[in-house]
Design a binder for this molecule. Structure first.
Ligand SMILES: Cc1cc2nc3c(=O)[nH]c(=O)nc-3n(C[C@H](O)[C@H](O)[C@H](O)COP(=O)(O)OP(=O)(O)OC[C@H]3O[C@@H](n4cnc5c(N)ncnc54)[C@H](O)[C@@H]3O)c2cc1C
Length: 420
């Protein structure tokens, strides 16, 4: 939120999104409450932002319109079929139509099946399945409105996190697509440890999902019964990349093309926005072609450690949520129950934390690390510590006034994943 505010789209974002005041934790099978965590003013002030949910298609449109307002030429329905880079010349992008575009720099933000990634990294090992499948469950809000047991989910706007035996889900309200007659929809992201990986984004019927869920509290069962779209995907772990920049330079991958944690991870999109922010901030200092590779290499230097941290955190949160029943799970549940009984915020710490063992409170510390991070500040630090010095050394004799403009952003249309 803080980055997008600085990009000048705070009001549009507020208007199109829902504020999430915190989260509620409970047991998957029984609905036993494990407490609620409401963001405190101090947390919001320190992190400099808020947590909001958006309709993905509407959000993409906002980003596109903003880019167009800044002078970017967006071309849709043109598939890129090849990207080439050769040192000392401009990289080229070939479109399906046969057209070839020469560019100052190519930024491959072409998603999980990235063609640019293949160009940069070459052939890779098949990503390893983690023994867990994700189910993305979409419930139109108009099916919930008026239901006395469910409507509060749309009204309290909390993220619900449920912990089950080798399974769990997050669920939350999202704004409905702008074309809808109702205001909100509801989404469940369910994970189940299974013997066999699901196909990527395959449609699954309600009965199958309910069978797979097994014992689950009645409200969740009812929600799944009201779903209009359910799709599944295997959670795979791709190797962390060493090279984000083409060996000949001038071509970079970012966003899901460079790193995706697992399907429906809450942080994939935020991390992709941070990539953009870091890169944008570095390129503010551009005044010579030769700096392009320097900035791409800086990006490759700055981002991986943070991505690795976020990846480990996301996988550990998934693990924490889907613990198999046993001593560690009991310890986790007991720690949460204690807090709930004391009326504490679910992840607040008190002096007994060290004794409890299942270190729930460190999850709050981790959350602070997630939300207080500032991708633009990291880029500024690099510039102060290294970039400006390198520039002074390299260009002390050059006095050129020069700029590179973003000319084109090639993309193919995608479907709205949140609407049926
Ligand atoms: C069902 C689902 C639920 C999700 N839920 C969440 C969530 O709750 N929170 C979260 O943070 N993240 C979530 N994500 C992930 C999030 O959507 C992605 O992390 C984010 O969209 C990444 O942005 P990106 O720009 O890197 O890639 P993408 O959004 O995948 O965009 C890539 C673009 O490149 C285009 N493209 C691809 N190949 C070519 C080509 N050859 N030529 C031209 N164009 C091309 C595609 O059409 C697309 O427009 C979810 C994803 C899915 C599928």
């Amino acid at each position: 939120m803080k980055l997008l505010t600085r990009w000048g789209i705070e009001q549009e974002l507020r208007d199109m999104s829902i504020y999430m005041p915190g989260f509620r934790l409970s047991r998957f099978e029984t609905g036993e409450p494990f407490g609620t965590h409401v963001w405190e003013d101090e947390f919001l002030a320190e992190s400099g932002g808020e947590i909001r949910t958006v309709n993905y298609s509407a959000f993409r449109k906002l980003l596109k319109d903003t880019a167009v307002n800044y002078g970017v030429d967006v071309r849709t329905k043109c598939r890129v079929t090849a990207v080439e880079s050769k040192q000392y010349t401009q990289p080229t992008v070939t479109l399906q139509s046969g057209e070839t575009i020469r560019a100052d720099v190519v930024l491959g933000a072409d998603g999980m099946e990235s063609l640019v990634r293949t160009t940069v990294v070459g052939p890779e090992k098949t990503p390893e399945w983690q023994g867990i499948n994700a189910y993305n469950i979409f419930i139109p809000g108009d099916r919930i409105v008026g239901d006395p047991g469910l409507e509060e989910l749309l009204n309290d706007r909390l993220l619900c996190g449920t912990f089950g035996n080798n399974r769990g889900y997050y669920s939350y309200a999202v704004p409905a697509a702008p074309s809808s007659e109702h205001k909100f929809d509801y989404v469940m992201n369910l994970w189940i440890r299974e013997e066999v990986p699901q196909e990527r984004w395959k449609a699954v019927d309600t009965k199958t999902v309910l069978e797979k869920m097994g014992e689950v509290e009645p409200r969740a069962r009812k929600l799944v019964g009201l779903a209009t779209v359910i799709s599944s995907a295997p959670a795979v772990e791709r190797e962390s990349l060493e090279d984000w920049v083409h060996k000949e330079g001038r071509v970079l991958i970012l966003g899901d093309a460079a790193h995706i944690f697992f399907p429906c991870s809450l942080q994939n999109l935020g991390v992709a926005v941070c990539d953009a922010a870091t890169l944008g901030h570095l390129f503010q200092h551009l005044h010579h072609h030769r700096q392009i590779d320097q900035f791409l290499n800086a990006f490759e230097e700055i981002r991986p450690a943070r991505i690795q941290y976020m990846k480990e955190l996301e996988f550990s949160n998934l693990e924490f949520m889907t613990l198999e029943n046993g001593p560690v799970q009991e310890q986790r549940d007991q720690a949460l129950r204690e807090r709930y009984k004391k009326g504490l915020n679910a992840l607040d710490s008190d002096e007994q934390d060290a004794l409890v063992g299942a270190n729930v409170a460190t999850r709050f510390e981790a959350m602070m690390q997630v939300f207080c991070y500032d991708a633009e500040e990291e880029a500024d630090k690099w510039w102060v510590d290294w970039g400006s010095l390198q520039e002074r050394a390299s260009f002390s004799n050059i006095n050129a006034d020069f700029s590179v403009q973003v000319q084109q952003l090639a993309t193919v249309e995608t479907v709205n994943r949140e609407s049926p």
